[in-house]
Design a protein around this ligand. Sequence first.
Ligand SMILES: Cc1ncc(COP(=O)(O)O)c(C=O)c1O
Length: 298
Amino acid sequence: MLQTSDPRNKNIKVYVNDGLYPRDEAKVSVFDSSVQGGDAVWEGLRVYPEGIVCLDKHLTRLHESAKTLAFTDIPSKAEIKKAIQMTLDANGMDNETHIRLTLTRGEKITSGMDPRLNQSGSCLIVLAEWKPLVYDNNSGIKVLSTSQRRNAPQYLDSKIHHNNLLNNIIAKIQANVAGKDAGLMLDDRSFVAELNGSNLFMVKNGKIYTPYAHACLPGITRSTVIELCKKSNIEIHEQDITLSQLYNADGVFATGTMGELTPVVEIDGREIPKGDSLQRKMLQLFSRNIRSYCETLA
Ligand SMILES: Cc1ncc(COP(=O)(O)O)c(C=O)c1O
């Protein structure tokens, strides 16, 4: 699945650091930490007319990632919300919109890794684009397990939502080369971690399972699915899952803000059923409830 450019995004305005700029003029310096070392944190947000899905959880994760990386001058939630509101208003967006919210460590006085070279505070970017759900959630996606491992905490804690995405990008390249939609990443023990850009769930014998968040992003859509299961008395467990268990599941689905809930219909050439009644129930439960998770910016 290759995303295409939406003509509605041709003339969008983007918030960078201190205000809004037309798309072609929205830039960071070559001295910015994101250019120099991928030294930035980010969130993907989805906008519905009712508001932004789980906004507070996303802003908390952005703040926690920035604190772990010892950023200074981190904008408050109120300041970030104001920048988001300005951006959405400027673009007339209130639906079918995805926001890439990035906070970089900011500009350096000279090139180098040392964060002490960052003397002008962090830099906030609000990139809002017209972007409906990226996958076809009826036909589902095909995935390939890749050789690239997802980080466990001894390397780089996957709980930090940072811009050092190269291991996930390498996994995606492996999937692309094989003509599949996403790369499945294992952890350092060879248990399933997640797809290169979304979390994984498995349905088996009337129960739902998802890997522990040891070596995957603790996704916010993942936590919504877990919460919905608990509220609806659907048995859900976090546990170590092997590839063999996934191949033999009654259903597998991926979760993320970009695509919401997407059936996985093939893993390494093995067909995965997508008609399981519990999986269908879960997908319906999610789409019926997701707008109740929207929060307004006011
Ligand atoms: C590696 C990875 N896994 C999972 C997700 C899904 O997370 P969320 O549900 O918070 O969008 C993302 C989204 O950014 C991601 O980058």
